[in-house]
Ligand binder design. Sequence first.
Ligand SMILES: Cc1cc2nc3c(=O)[nH]c(=O)nc-3n(C[C@H](O)[C@H](O)[C@H](O)COP(=O)(O)OP(=O)(O)OC[C@H]3O[C@@H](n4cnc5c(N)ncnc54)[C@H](O)[C@@H]3O)c2cc1C
Length: 546
Amino acid sequence: MGYPYHFVSLSPEQDTRRRQLLNGYGQFAQLSILLVPLLYQLGLGFRLLISRLWRGSGYGLVKGHQSPVVAGSMQRNREDFGGWVRLRWALDEELVEGWGTRGQWLAAGVWASWLVLLAVKDTGDVAASQLPLHYALALKSRSPIQYLTRLSHEELNPYHRFLGRIIATLMSVHATLYLNFYVQNSLLIKRVQDIDVILGLTAISTALLINTTALSIIRTWSYRLFFYLHVILSLTILPVLYFHVSYLRVYILEAGAIYILLIIQRNIDQSPANATIKSLPSTTLISITVPLPNSLASRTFTPGQHIYVGFPSLPQKLRINPFSIANPHPNADKKLHLVVRAMNGTTAMLADLAKDPQPIPLLIEGPYGSAKYFPELASNYDRVLLVAGGVGATFTLPIYRDLLSKGKGSIVKFVWSVKREADAQWGVEALKEQCEGRLPDSFELYVSRKATSISSRRGKDDESIELQEREGLLGEEALSEETVRKGRPDIPAIVDEVFALSRAGEERVAVLVCGPSGLGASVRKEVGRWVTKGRDVFWHAEEFGW
Ligand SMILES: Cc1cc2nc3c(=O)[nH]c(=O)nc-3n(C[C@H](O)[C@H](O)[C@H](O)COP(=O)(O)OP(=O)(O)OC[C@H]3O[C@@H](n4cnc5c(N)ncnc54)[C@H](O)[C@@H]3O)c2cc1C
């Protein structure tokens, strides 16, 4: 059997017909995007239906109102739903750490196969047709994709990354096939001097550079290098592709319009505000209080959201970092409270500003985050477990305080592990203020280090912390023996306790974690044991970076 592909010489009519086909496949690839939200909406409706049946059956069985036949069929529904929960749990598992979940790989794999199918069929313009979707997935707010899928920017971001890799791969295959054609037909020397080929090769190099500099190793090394290269290169690739070949132009104009929208949107979402910054005694934490700017007063804040904090003037204007909103109800408080661990870059600058007692002009952008799309924990879940590690409590504590304010203290357990007692002082004070001077029984604080064994992240500061602690300067604020448990929390025992309290097959449990990745992984492992037993769990692990 011969090689199935060979080069053909086309007549002008055949060439026009082929061009029409190619354009058609590109448009088809773009239109097929609409199928995704449609299928997603259908899936959501189906899930809601099953969840209602399942939940209805639980209560019916408890109250004993169901006939044996109905109860039997509901029991089956419940078991079926248990299968869905297990599947969802398995798909939520990361395939390789930091490289996306199995579900995201599956979705990206299906989409890539579909695009490859369209491309292979007639080598269409499918890669460029995906650029508008790729740019739209980067929109932080006012995104039609977020409205249609009810997923936050943070949840859609992995798909933005996957689609970027798919587009770069398709473009590279396209270039390789063309270069092969030029080599085989002795056209290479002539064609690499032509402007369309030069622009094509520039576009592919740019796409590969965008993808390489977005790898987590580069992002962790220098977030700012990644960010500014990303912003500049994703803009410069558009005119390069526009002039590469004329039939891509419609997609490039669409992607360009979305890019402009993205820039306008991020600027509109930024409000100037005067912040009061204070160092928290005996810690490397700083507390930032920002009166709610008028432009944000009409926005509804949800506990667990975050905002970006930046500087209003150059050269610091190029810095804008995310922080969780540590108070649960900014609208009622008319202020935003942030607790920030001072590290090396922007956070160190903020820590320096804490020396100034005057309000500091900052830029605030947001609110953002998945919390807006969380199910209503207070009414939809029978038990809620919140686990925080260190400064991760800025995410979980507002959710806890919100549940307490809704009278749901009996269904929730809050576990907070810190290195030093002083790290938890801000949260303990806020809780006491809310709960008439005492800490709720559902609150468990674990302190893993003795006062004298302090690690040095910001060496010099830690020495002074150690000194203050030795000299008893923490004294007055120190917490009682009953409040503080020594050592690390026993995660398997805590998870088992929460699930043992909830009735199998009848109650739903929500588990939310924010802290070091090891803490999240260990909670997930223990919760996974209960999911395999068929428990219905809402799981969310908030990450302070990606
Ligand atoms: C959603 C979210 C909520 C967070 N909440 C808190 C909090 O409440 N308290 C707290 O102390 N820390 C929080 N963080 C972590 C905090 O943003 C980083 O620790 C901080 O920005 C690091 O700044 P730096 O001074 O060390 O270095 P910089 O050089 O200023 O920043 C470098 C690091 O900051 C992170 N970063 C900076 N800009 C962004 C960005 N635009 N998007 C994502 N990551 C970025 C990256 O991890 C990067 O490696 C949160 C992070 C995220 C993503």
